[in-house]
Design a protein around this ligand. Structure first.
Ligand code: NAD
Length: 472
């Protein structure tokens, strides 16, 4: 079986490389020549642990990369993994999917049967849209020479290879029996883990227990498209909920970490996604919750819980700022250091992160801001040119003459900062750890005024009303 993968991003690169590693001849196609050049030269165009190694092993053997859609005519399965960002209005922008579908249609093999797979996160009805575009551009017949299926992706950046090789579930939505059979065959190696030893060294097997075999779940196309949005929105709601619990814990003097642990022991709740933070962000949750909510409103069937989670999430960003305000009195003329610009560690993806909102608010309130991120600074800078901030290549430099430092992303290297040196560099040693990541390394003993979120500290707790202290 031969595969094409349209899009060499976080999903396309990982998916294409994974299928190549499983022995399928796979061509990754992208209009971004830098990404294709990187692949051709055996490098990953994105930062994702283990991916470089797997690309080096497969490129030129089973993995190929191309700027043109020529190889599409030679493929049995074509994944569409292009971006689906938000429009200014908050709905999904499907233009990249539409262009990809048009290009596929213009190159489709008229003599075979090709399965076109929507792997991008797309709203209900997109498979129908892609089908129409391909019929119009190719003159071929849906169900005869091709079929479009939905196969949403659930990988997490930073653990993408693990998630693609060892997923919890594979969801396939298809209205064509022939396409369903091809998809089942394609995924059989992942479902059975046949031949996994050859690349097990690059899978970051850090799950607490060895995961069981994935579930292969087949449904109709529309339900499959909905599963992705419903899942992401649910996870966003769960995070917003524990963050609200953390705010209440701050107000009442409870420990949100203990509360979360106690809640997570209930198998109906589960321990995952109960980690307190400055809020969810990144390239998926904000755009996916926005699209899902707007669609529900357009259908007069509002997902009010999702609406609340979005509102609550922004309040969580503000709450973190208000903690700093409460400690410093004002942000005006204060120097604030930021550790972490990506929405989570182990990725360079700095799209739509809480850091951009929080930094913008700090600047609006008169602060000077210095930032550090081990991998995401370059992308953050290219996306946030309007933010007048200092980028530091050494995390210690964000502490220099700072009145406060906020940790937003829990990169493991931050555990190894020379903390005595960091302390000496600060004008005022206020440290806000929005991930409660450094709570056990004794920062208070060094002299920092260390605060987490939802965990008791030795100063007066901050209530939600403190949000009124900042200019929004
Ligand atoms: N990033 C994640 O963690 C993640 C997880 C699950 C699902 N998704 C979904 O997967 C999709 C892709 O996300 P991503 O993060 O990989 O995006 P990305 O922006 O990293 O990559 C998309 C790639 O598609 C390319 N592209 C755009 N139009 C093209 C065209 N017409 N032909 C060929 N290439 C084209 C772009 O140049 C880019 O390299 C989105 O719908 C996203 O919501 C992402």
């Amino acid at each position: 079986m031969k595969i094409s993968c349209i899009g060499a991003g976080y999903v396309g690169c990982v998916t294409g490389t994974a299928f190549a590693a499983l022995g399928y001849r796979t061509t990754i196609i992208d209009i971004n020549s830098q990404r294709i050049d990187a692949l051709i030269n055996g490098r990953s165009p994105i930062y994702e642990p283990g991916l470089d190694i797997l690309i080096k092993k497969t490129i030129g053997n089973t993995l190929y990369a191309d700027y043109s859609y020529n190889y599409v005519s030679n493929s049995d399965v074509i994944f569409i993994a292009v971006g689906t960002p938000s429009t200014n209005g908050g709905n999904v922008d499907l233009s990249y999917v539409e262009i990809a579908a048009k290009n596929i249609g213009e190159n489709l093999n008229p003599f075979g049967f090709t399965v076109i797979v929507n792997k991008s996160t797309v709203p209900v009805g997109t498979a129908d849209l892609v089908t129409t575009i391909i019929e119009e551009t190719s003159g071929l017949k849906n169900g005869k020479q091709f079929a479009v299926v939905s196969n949403p992706e659930f990988l997490r950046e930073g653990y993408a290879l693990e998630d693609v090789f060892l997923p919890d579930r594979i969801v396939v939505g298809s209205n064509s029996e022939k396409a369903s059979q091809i998809m089942k065959k394609l995924y059989s190696k992942i479902v059975t883990r046949e031949g996994f030893n050859t690349f097990s060294d690059v899978i970051t097997l850090n799950r607490k227990c060895h995961p069981s075999l994935p579930r292969y779940y087949e449904t109709d196309v529309k339900s499959s498209e909905m599963i992705k949005y419903a899942s992401n929105a649910f996870l966003a709601v769960k995070i917003s909920y524990i963050n609200e619990v953390a705010r209440l814990s701050d107000a009442l003097g409870a420990n949100a970490l203990d509360v979360a642990r106690g809640m997570g022991m209930d198998s109906r709740i589960g321990e995952k996604f109960l980690e307190v933070s400055s809020g969810w962000s990144g390239s998926c949750f904000p755009k996916d919750t926005s699209e899902f909510l707007l669609t529900s409103q357009q259908e007069n069937c509002e997902l009010s819980i999702v609406a609340s989670a979005i509102k609550s999430n922004k309040e969580m960003h503000d709450y973190c700022i208000s903690k700093a305000v409460r400690s410093l009195g004002t942000l005006n003329n204060r120097t604030i250091g930021i550790l972490g610009l990506t929405f989570k560690p182990n990725t360079d993806d700095a799209r739509n992160t809480q850091a951009s909102y929080i930094i913008e608010m700090l600047l609006k309130n008169g602060a000077t801001v210095k930032v550090h991120d081990p991998q995401g600074a370059e992308m953050f800078k290219s996306l946030n040119g309007h933010l007048d901030i200092e980028y530091c290549s050494d995390p210690l430099d964000v502490f220099t003459e700072a009145e406060a430092v906020m940790l937003l992303t829990h990169w493991s290297e931050y555990l190894y900062i020379h903390w005595e040196d960091a302390f000496k560099r600060m004008h005022n040693p206020y440290f806000l750890d929005t991930r409660n990541y450094l709570k056990d390394i004794g920062l208070s003993d060094i002299g920092f005024y260390y605060e987490g979120i939802g965990v008791p500290s030795h100063k007066q707790s901050v209530t939600t009303s403190a949000a009124s202290l900042i200019k929004i």
